[in-house]
Design a binder for this molecule. Structure first.
Ligand SMILES: Nc1ncnc2c1ncn2[C@@H]1O[C@H](COP(=O)(O)OP(=O)(O)OP(=O)(O)O)[C@@H](O)[C@H]1O
Ligand SMILES: [Mg+2]
Length: 339
């Protein structure tokens, strides 16, 4: 049986110049929760839009739920669920009405609609607010409703594009709880984009890290962290550093590698806590003046830095994402008008 999502050499060039997706390939196995992790503008939404039959491919090919996304884009859309990065629920309808509308659009048989909607509303914990206008909902309630809308027609593959963007930690945890429950009950395959490293780490079976339109690393969260080869001790010096410093650091016992990023040395070592006292002593003896030393356990932040050479700054990313969402909405509106 073919995998429910496969992509080969996907390319998207916007307006003939922005190379948003640059040769992306991967496959997602049946029942898997696959995370697409990357910072703002990495190409996550563009990839989702191509996989879901919503955006023309510049190059490459993809199949979803057993169908080529270009030839059968209409049928692909019927077989999948999609929760967009932006809110799509109609604020002037009630939660129940939004679900009814989605059910009608997808041709869900009327006799099953009512009971399906009732059970979804209960499960998403919006039962009490079911007959209130969506504009009175909290951000978390809206996202849960949109998840319900996305799966009203029992799709076999679900795409979630930054589903928890802008939610507080409690809202994010609540959303994920329902995704996990649904996946378990229905055996859905889930493709999720996020720029929250912790979400990818906690909830995804496998992750692809995407940066500047290219996949820079893939694997399970623990495989990716294992590739770092242990802990990372970061060393900051009062005077920036020199080649002599690198030699001293490399000469310390157990050190796997030393790399310099901006004004910080990153020393990879299996057991960081044992290295630190020796490192301090060696620097002292060599006249190297330390400004700070810190120990980092393997984390996806470290993986990101390792594969992209850049820090993953989530807090900066958030405001930038909010901005990008708005710009993206305008761009998409123009794009739709043009297509
Ligand atoms: N319609 C468009 N026209 C031109 N450029 C676009 C368009 N949509 C996106 N881009 C550009 O393509 C690149 C990838 O954008 P995309 O929205 O896929 O990134 P993303 O990873 O989803 O980012 P974010 O985390 O901000 O949602 C960015 O440089 C973006 O500015
Ligand atoms: Mg996006």
């Amino acid at each position: 049986m073919t995998d429910p999502i496969t992509a080969t050499d996907l390319v998207k060039v916007y307006a003939g110049k922005v190379r948003a997706v640059d040769g992306v390939g991967f496959s997602v196995r049946e029942g898997e929760m696959y995370g697409f992790l990357g910072p703002n503008g990495a190409g996550k939404t563009t990839t989702v839009q191509m996989l879901t039959g919503n955006l023309r491919l510049t190059g490459g090919s993809a199949s979803v739920a057993g169908l080529d996304v270009v030839r059968y884009s209409h049928e692909v859309k019927r077989r999948i669920g999609l929760v967009f990065q932006e809110s799509t629920a109609d604020p002037d309808l009630t939660g129940r009405e939004n679900l009814e509308l989605a059910a009608a659009l997808f041709g869900v048989p009327l006799r099953t609609t009512r009971s399906t909607i009732d059970s979804l509303l209960e499960r998403m914990q919006i039962g009490d607010a079911a007959d209130r206008l969506v504009k009175t909902y909290s951000g978390g309630m809206r996202r849960r409703l949109e998840l319900g809308v996305g799966i009203i027609h029992s799709p076999s593959v679900l795409f979630l594009d930054e589903p928890t963007l802008g939610l507080d930690p409690q809202g994010r945890a609540g959303f994920w709880r329902y995704v996990l429950e649904l996946r378990k009950d229905r055996g859905m395959t889930v493709f999720v984009t996020t720029h929250y490293l912790d979400e990818a780490d906690t909830y995804c079976d496998r992750i692809a890290i995407i940066d500047h339109g290219k996949i820079v690393a893939t694997g399970t969260p623990s495989e990716l962290k294992d590739r770092l080869g242990g802990d990372v001790v970061t060393v900051r010096l009062t005077n920036g550093g020199s080649a002599a410093v690198e030699t001293v650091l490399k000469g310390l016992p157990g050190v796997v590698s030393v790399a310099k990023f901006e004004d910080v040395y990153r020393v990879k070592v299996p057991r960081g806590e044992e290295l630190i006292p020796r490192l301090v002593e060696a620097c002292d003896q060599s006249g190297i003046r330390l400004a700070g030393v810190s120990l980092k356990r393997p984390s996806l932040d470290e993986v990101f830095l390792e594969f992209t050479g850049r820090e993953y700054r989530e807090d900066e990313g958030l405001t930038a994402t909010d901005r990008a969402v708005r710009i993206g909405q305008v761009q998409q509106a123009f794009g739709r008008a043009r297509r």
